[in-house]
Design a protein around this ligand. Structure first.
Ligand code: NAD
Ligand code: DAU
Length: 332
């Protein structure tokens, strides 16, 4: 049994990971989360207080981070500013949290010699053409497009440098687009589901040809736990579940599953610098560490996600109006 510090544990993927840890291991968890607009304490409701401690604070607060590292065995670092659209509007918080915050954690990992796993994104690799047979691998050169993805790329490089220069016992994973419960309504899939639930037409950026490689958040969690348990220090692992879909097909499927005509959506202003396609080759994780995804059926995963948002309006309703008001200022 170990005690694991999970940064960003009140966010979408972090909270899914905390639930996964409690359900599948006997580890105890300390969550460090600033509760920005994206964090929600309610995402951890129902978890046993004896196993999950919540600390509200900033990963860039060196004193607090030092105290917490002193009483855990390992750290999984999810905390980030995570939304591309926000990074185009105001990049500064992305630098503060994704770069300075990660640096602060790495310095503590070095001082305390703690096992450290860094959560990152496939977006560090830039994008692929629609007709390119290639997918991203661990050796694809970094080529990020947005302020968000460039700060994530920067944080990955800091981790690599702290491994090589200071011997920090770290691993990195770069995952594709997650979906599932507890995702903020600013993101593509929950935005469209909650739009339909509110009687608003779904909004597709541009022509909707952009492709994302979808993975259920619980598959991301099992992959991270696998790397934490069996990954080789200093290595990077790509996480993906062969889930490529274009945005138009996803919106149309959501409408169909929610009982509306498949064309009942609007095309809106495209995202600046919009990455065309992401696709992950997760062969290394599967062959070296024996990980496999469990949620192979995207349609079924989407159905259960729609059901979750239907059943949990009190979780998402407080953020919905402000999110839509912000998009409206940008014609989106
Ligand atoms: P999210 O925005 O839902 O959650 C981020 C959490 O971090 C929130 O709870 C927020 O309060 C917290 N946080 C932000 N700044 C903080 C700070 N300075 N100190 C402490 N806590 C802070 O994000 P997410 O979608 O769950 O993403 C989590 C991680 O996974 C990020 O590192 C992201 O880059 C990565 N990732 C996300 C996806 C995806 O599809 N969402 C895919 C691959 C990788
Ligand atoms: O690939 C991993 C990344 O996936 C993570 O690193 C990010 O943290 C996460 O937010 C996500 O980034 P994307 O930009 O791909 O996700 P988002 O949900 O914002 O958008 C998904 C696609 O849908 C993208 O092509 C833009 C499009 N979109 C988005 C919104 C919000 C729309 O067409 N309409 C919308 O209303």
């Amino acid at each position: 049994m170990a005690r694991i510090l999970v940064t960003g544990g009140a966010g979408f993927i972090g909270s899914n990971f905390v639930h996964h840890l409690v359900d599948t291991t006997d580890h105890d968890v300390v969550v460090l989360d600033k509760l920005t607009y994206a964090g929600n304490r309610a995402s951890l409701d129902g978890l046993p207080a004896g196993r999950v401690e919540f600390v509200r604070g900033d990963i860039a607060d060196a004193g607090l981070v030092d105290e917490l590292f002193g009483r855990v065995d390992s750290v999984v670092h999810y905390a980030a500013e995570s939304h591309n659209d926000n990074s185009l509007h105001d990049p500064r918080p992305f630098l503060d949290t994704n770069i300075i915050g990660t640096y602060t954690l790495l310095e503590a990992a070095r001082r305390h010699d703690r096992r450290f796993h860094h959560i990152s994104t496939d977006e560090v690799y830039g994008d692929l053409e629609l007709d390119d047979p290639a997918r991203f691998t661990e050796t694809t050169p970094y080529n990020p497009s947005s302020p968000y993805s460039s700060t994530k790329a920067g944080s990955d490089l800091l981790v690599r440098a702290w491994v090589r220069s200071f011997g920090v016992r770290a691993t990195i994973s770069n995952c594709s687009n997650n979906y599932g419960p507890y995702q903020h309504v600013e993101k593509f899939i929950p935005r469209q589901i909650t739009n339909v639930l509110r009687g608003i037409r779904p909004k597709l950026y541009g022509a909707g040809e952009n492709v994302r490689d979808w993975i259920h958040a619980d598959d991301h969690s099992s992959a991270v736990l696998t790397i934490l348990d069996r990954g080789t220090i200093g290595e990077t692992y790509l996480i993906g579940a062969d889930g490529e879909e274009n945005n138009k097909d996803v919106v149309e499927l959501i409408l169909e599953l929610m009982g509306l005509p498949r064309d009942a959506y609007d095309h809106v202003t495209d995202r600046a610098g919009h990455d065309l396609r992401y696709a992950i080759d997760s062969t290394k994780l599967r062959t070296e560490l024996g990980w496999l995804p469990r949620y192979g059926d995207f349609r079924a995963g989407l159905e259960s996600t729609i059901a979750w948002y239907r059943d949990n309006e009190s979780w998402w309703a407080p953020s919905k109006d402000a999110t839509e008001a912000f998009y409206a200022t940008k014609g989106q």
